[in-house]
Structures are given as C-alpha cells and as structure tokens.
Design a protein around this ligand. Structure first.
Ligand SMILES: Nc1ncnc2c1ncn2[C@@H]1O[C@H](COP(=O)(O)OP(=O)(O)OP(=O)(O)O)[C@@H](O)[C@H]1O
Ligand SMILES: [Mg+2]
Length: 486
C-alpha cells in the first residue's frame, strides 16, 4: 500500500472515532452527505442509515425550531455556536448535544455545505440538573431556617439575596428587600453600630453577636447580627449576614435585671436596717451604762456610806451587830464593783475619756486577768480617732477576745493596731485550736463574726477572718480615716 492511502485510512479512522460527532450537510436540502462512525453509533444506527437523512430528522421534535434556526444562521452567517439540542435515537431516547457548525462555500461565496459537530453534553446536563436540585434543597433549608439570612453587596451595601424568614420578620416583600440598603431594615438608632460592624467584617473577615434592632412597621425587634465576608466565583464580595431574633432573651434579661435591682434594693434596706439597729444598740448600751454608773452605782455608794455611819454610831458593846454590818458593807461594795464592771463592759467610758489606745490596754489587761492568757499588744495610732471608728475597733477587739476565751484554748494572743497610709489596721491573732475556714463561710448560729463584719462595713472598712484547724485564728480589719486625718 502506498503512503497516501495509509494516511487517508488513518485520517478516516481518526474522523470515525473522534470523541465528537461529525457530519456534512447539504445547505440547500439539509440532507446529510457524510458522517463519522461516532454519530452513527450514538444514534444506534449504521452510517448508511444516517446518510441521506435530513439533519432535522436526527433531532427530537422539541428542538426542531432550534435546528431550523441553526441552519438559517449557517446560511446567513456561515457559523453556528453552541446551540443546545437533543439528538434522538430510534428507540425514542435522547442525547443532550451542543452543536457547532461552519460553512463550506462555492466559488461565488454561496454556502453550499455545512460542517456540523455535535458534542455530547449529557454529563454536564445531568450535573446541572443535580446542582439545581441541590440548590433547591439548600434554598428550602435557607428559606425555612429560624434565623434571618441575607447576602449584601459590599460595594453598595444593598441586599442581593435573602431568605423567607427575613421577609416574614421584617414584614417587607422579597421585592422590597432585594436591592434595598441593608441599613434601612434597621432602626436608625443603631445605624452607627451597624456601620462599625460592617467595617469590622471588612477588616477581620467576620463579626459575631452585634446587638441591633430591626424595624417592622414601626415596632422594633431586638436581633443579634453575625456576618462574614464571602466572595462568589467571579470574586464579587458579599457580606453574609445572619440575624437572630433575641427579643425573648432580651425580655428575660430585662426581667432578671429588674429582679436584681429589687434584690439589691432589699439588700440595701436590710443593711441600712442593720446599721440603724447597731447604732440603736450602741446608744442603748451607753444609756444603760450611764444609768448603772450614775444612778445605781451612786445609790450603792450612798448605801455603803450609810452602813459605815451606822457602824460608827453603834456602841462597841454590840460586836455581833457590828460584824454583821461589816459583812453587809462588804457585800454592798462588791455589788457596787460588779455594777461598775458591768457598766464599763456595756460602754467603756474610758473610750470616750481617754481614747481607743487606753481602752484597748484596759480591755486586754482585764482579759489577761480574767482568762490568764497573755496579750502582746502593739499600738501606734493617733489619739484622736473618730468616735464611730474607735467604737467599731473596740467592739471588734472585744468580740475577737471573747471568741478566743470561748473557743480557742489559746496560749497567746497578739494584737496590733497600726496606722497605715490611708487608715488604721487592726490584727488580732491567737495560737489556739482554730477552725475550718470553710465553716466560717457557712450560715452560723453565732452572731459574733457577722456583727464584726457588719460593724466594719458600716465604717466603710474591710474585714477578714482566716483560720485553720490547729493553726490558730486571725482577724484582720482595715478602716479608712477621713481625708483630713490621714
Ligand atoms: N478564735 C477562735 N478560735 C476558734 N474558733 C473560733 C474562734 N473564733 C470563732 N470561732 C468559731 O467560729 C464560730 C462562730 O463565731 P461567732 O463569734 O460568730 O459565734 P459564737 O462565738 O459561737 O457565738 P456569739 O458570738 O454569737 O455569742 C464559733 O462558734 C467557733 O466555732
Ligand atoms: Mg462569738
């Protein structure tokens, strides 16, 4: 075989088995003059069957108008581009194809034949159908989501897409929403926050939970906006915005705040009541103390004097009566001393007369004498301390020592009262049994620690108690001094 027939055979082979379907068509009659094997196979026929048929007969009835238009375009312009048509097999099944054609002209320039190329696009079509179906499913999801969604063009800040929920909540139709500046669905009062949020999306890619308000026919809906920057396949930039209706949450928060305010109000009332009670208690103690000291004690002193006079007036010949009078006199003096101590404990006049330092010295001396526990006391505070501060520190020391006596079984107590930069600090620590610190936080039967705390709070100070089993107990107090006394 010569080289020319070989080349021709190869050419024919290529032509027959090329992936596309080829055919030449007579321009005047539309009759197929030649075709490749691929076209015949695709149509479920032989080449002989195909040749001589009209080009329209290869196509499905639904696209005959399009075939007609393609042929016309071929004659008029010499070309056909990407006409989407359906080829039909004898069994009625169809093949999606895209037709491109070019013309073959005679010497006068007249189109005499067309060179048709059909490309099988069934796969692409199937993918498109599947895509549309999944889009429809997605849109369903998107539309029925409980949150409101929209895509907003970054350049114009107008809504380009939105879901049904946004339509329902804003009460605007989809047509009204699409193309509308996004800020217009918001309350003008929060436009600055919205603008700021959009700036942040551009800078950082997203924002979360920005609290804004949407409008619906004049009423406001509290929403939380989250947005992210996205781009489509053509690199157009959008904000993907999601609004969540937080009206209910806001309402619950408001109710909670209201309750908290009421609770705070009650707490303040209770504290004020405690303060009044403590002041009243202190006044009452002072009154009782004065009464005991100035009245009862004076009368007891007078009684003792009278007994002494009686003693002097009685003749020595009555030794038994004299002895009984002496016993009576000693009882009255002892009673008077007790009343004096009681009056002192109720309200130590020394606190008013000589100040806090002297009163604490006297308190610790009495404590040591009574309990047999030594107290190391270190004091460096000014003489003149406001009466309420002095009284508070005295009462705290009194209760702390009383607790040591009752609960600590301590061998030593240390008390330090020092002037610190802006106030006075008091520390009372013992070397006793201590108690579990967490127990100090539990509701207690005793009132001592609570009242120490309350007293310190009333003069705007700070109170702390630290204790550990086996490690002793430490009471720490700081009270502020008025600015002019610092
Ligand atoms: N210095 C201490 N050493 C050991 N335990 C202490 C000390 N101070 C307080 N406690 C413990 O803390 C508890 C509470 O003390 P608080 O002063 O509040 O009440 P109380 O002394 O029991 O009673 P009240 O002071 O009302 O007469 C005490 O019962 C005791 O168990
Ligand atoms: Mg106590």
């Amino acid at each position: 075989m010569g080289s020319l027939p070989i080349a021709e055979a190869r050419h024919r082979d290529l032509f027959d088995h090329a992936p596309d379907m080829f055919g030449s068509v007579d321009a005047a009659t539309g009759i197929i003059l030649s075709c490749n094997q691929n076209l015949a196979t695709a149509l479920g026929a032989t080449k002989t069957d195909v040749l001589g048929r009209s080009v329209s007969s290869l196509h499905h009835a639904d696209c005959l108008d399009d075939v007609e238009r393609a042929c016309q375009s071929l004659v008029e312009t010499g070309e056909v581009h990407d006409a989407e048509l359906l080829l039909q097999r004898p069994d009625g099944s169809t093949i999606d194809v895209s037709l491109n054609a070019s013309s073959i002209r005679d010497d006068t320039g007249r189109v005499v034949r067309g060179w048709f190329i059909w490309r099988d696009i069934s796969r692409r079509k199937r993918a498109e159908v599947a895509l549309r179906a999944s889009q429809a499913r997605y849109e369903n999801l998107y539309d029925d989501a409980p949150d409101m969604f929209a895509s907003v063009d970054v350049a114009t800040e107008r809504i380009v897409q939105c879901n049904q929920t946004l339509v329902t909540v804003t009460g605007c139709s989809r047509e009204e929403l699409l193309g509308r500046p996004v800020r217009e669905i918001h309350d003008p009062g929060c436009w600055p926050e919205l603008a700021e949020a959009l700036v942040r999306v551009r800078q950082t890619g997203r924002v979360r939970d920005v609290e804004l308000q949407l409008t619906r026919h004049g009423t406001l809906i509290d929403v939380s906006l989250s947005a992210a920057a996205i781009s489509d396949e053509r690199d157009n930039l959008y904000y993907r915005a999601t609004w969540r209706d937080v009206t209910e949450r806001k309402r619950a928060q408001l109710a909670l705040h209201q309750k908290q305010r009421e609770l705070e109000h009650s707490r303040q009332e209770l504290q004020a009541l405690a303060a009044r009670l403590m002041t009243a208690q202190e006044d009452e103690r002072q009154r009782l103390s004065r009464e005991l000291h100035d009245d009862l004690n004076q009368r007891l002193a007078l009684l003792a004097l009278e007994i002494e006079t009686l003693e002097r007036d009685l003749p020595e010949s009555r030794p038994t009566t004299l002895a009984r009078l002496r016993v009576l006199h000693d009882h009255v003096v002892a009673l008077s001393n007790d009343v004096h101590t009681l009056a002192y404990q109720l309200h130590p006049s020394i606190l008013d007369d000589l100040g806090l330092s002297a009163a604490l010295e006297s308190l610790t001396d009495d404590f040591t004498q009574r309990e047999g526990i030594p107290v190391d006391i270190v004091q460096s505070v000014p003489d003149s301390i406001a009466p309420d501060v002095g009284s508070c520190l005295y009462r705290v020391s009194q209760e702390a020592l009383r607790n040591v006596a009752r609960h600590a079984r301590a061998e030593r107590v240390t008390m330090t009262l020092t002037r610190v930069e802006d106030g006075i600090s008091l520390m009372i620590s013992d070397s006793g049994l201590g108690f579990a610190a967490e127990a100090a936080a539990e509701p207690r039967q005793g009132l001592g620690i609570v009242s120490m705390q309350e007293r310190v709070r009333l003069v705007n100070g700070r109170f702390s108690l630290t204790s550990q089993v086996g490690e002793g107990t430490q009471v720490l107090v700081w009270v502020p001094l008025p600015k002019d006394e610092r």
